[in-house]
Design a protein around this ligand. Structure first.
Ligand SMILES: CC(C)(COP(=O)(O)OP(=O)(O)OC[C@H]1O[C@@H](n2cnc3c(N)ncnc32)[C@H](O)[C@@H]1OP(=O)(O)O)[C@@H](O)C(=O)NCCC(=O)NCCS
Length: 371
């Protein structure tokens, strides 16, 4: 089929933002701070504050923010009942979409002044609720959703493992949430902004964004990368895998990017954590196989791993079921989506582009009997 001209709006500006810059040569900055500096020095909560408030928090501001997030985590009992009715074979992104949408029913946004509180509430509620659904539907257990963990990363891992969380594990997930928090005008963020531009409520904007993130060409790639890595049992198998797939014209999930052309700056950061976690892990070969695939993709196709690829082994080492990979991306991205929704609302004009018509010329009407 002929490729549509300008398909995917690639390279075209669709508006202004002061939240992040994504540069083709492989640089990502949130409000001017490099992703490398943020991943190394900031916690996810600090990054969330930065994106939502437009500045890094002072010590007291950060403590207050963390306390607020902690206090707003409680999952309403009506939502627990909804979660208990969602079957095991539902896609977890459908569960996230339902959580966000249902929260909009029971705690609606009456005024835009409530937007910041709603973001904070959704961050905690989605984190707890997705684990609750997973344990209920897959292990028939109603878990206690209270932990003393202040960080979202440690809270999630503790709910999941029901054990104390090793420091490296908590740090890895914390960094991962920072990497996933924001990424300019990607498909899901743009979805959220289009919805926000109609002056709709924040839950509708976020529900739409979750729907866009679900697709395998966007957030779903980390899950697909994991499924692929699980098919490969050894380094030798990995060496032939890429050429076979490419010969069959299949895509290798977790590679390539719509904006970056030589590297995704987030990939090396999560790769380092995957490597650290792999040492001493019985599934160490998973990371080694991933490195072989990376080399092969570069030498055959000059394609580089995007952030999703090494997230797959890293999340596996953290004991996170593959099904929960994309929901974690969504939880982190609630921050970026919300910041974009606030920005859109602050200086709004309804987003309504035009299209280049490529259909038939003007025609005369034909009666049904003459067609
Ligand atoms: C991210 C992605 C959607 C970007 O899409 P895009 O900018 O439209 O890039 P294209 O799909 O046009 O790719 C350009 C070329 O590279 C190839 N390519 C891109 N990604 C590829 C991949 N992961 N595996 C194999 N080939 C790939 C395309 O087939 C195309 O080749 P062609 O010119 O011979 O047709 C695409 O790279 C992809 O589908 N990657 C896999 C899914 C993924 O990891 N998504 C997460 C993104 S963060």
């Amino acid at each position: 089929m002929k490729k549509l001209q300008g398909a995917g709006l690639r390279g075209q500006s669709a508006g202004q933002t002061s939240l992040s810059t994504v540069e083709q040569e492989g640089s990502l900055r949130y409000l001017g701070y490099s992703i490398e500096d943020l991943a190394k020095n900031a916690t996810f909560e600090e990054v969330a504050y930065l994106l939502l408030h437009g500045k890094l928090p002072k010590y007291e501001e950060l403590k207050e923010f963390e306390n607020e997030l902690f206090a707003l985590r409680k999952v309403p009992s009506s939502l627990l009942s909804v979660l208990e009715s969602i079957p095991k074979d539902a896609h977890p992104m459908e569960v996230i979409r339902t959580i966000v949408s249902f929260m909009g029913v029971i705690e609606p946004e009456v005024s835009f002044d409530e937007q910041l509180k709603i973001t904070k509430r959704l961050l905690g509620v989605t984190t707890s609720a997705i684990v609750y659904w997973y344990k209920f539907s897959h292990h028939s257990r109603k878990i206690d959703l209270h932990t003393e963990e202040k960080s979202i990363a440690a809270h999630f891992l503790k709910l999941l493992s029901e054990k104390d969380v090793p420091e490296l594990n908590a740090k890895t997930l914390d960094v991962s949430l920072t990497l996933y928090a924001e990424h300019e005008f990607n498909a899901s963020t743009f979805t959220g902004r289009v919805c926000a531009s109609t002056m709709s409520d924040i839950y509708s904007c976020l529900t739409g964004a979750v729907g866009s993130l679900r697709g395998p060409l966007h957030g779903g790639a980390n899950e697909e990368a994991m499924k692929m890595l699980e098919e490969i049992n050894s380094i030798d198998e990995a060496k032939n895998y890429v050429s076979q797939k490419l010969d069959n014209k299949e895509k290798i999930m977790g590679f390539g990017h719509a904006v970056y052309s030589i590297k995704d700056p987030r990939s090396n950061i999560i790769k380092e954590y995957s490597k650290k976690l792999s040492l001493g892990h019985p599934d160490r070969v998973l990371h080694e196989v991933a490195e072989v695939i990376e080399d092969q993709m570069w030498s055959i196709k000059k394609l580089f791993p995007n952030t999703d690829f090494f997230h797959a082994p890293a999340y596996h080492y953290l004991g996170i079921p593959t099904k929960l990979f994309t929901p974690l991306f969504a939880i982190a991205r609630i921050i970026g989506w919300s910041a974009h929704i606030y920005e859109q609302r602050d200086n709004n004009r309804i987003i309504r582009p035009s299209a280049d018509y490529i259909g038939p010329e003007d025609r005369d009407w034909l009666d049904i009997d003459s067609r």
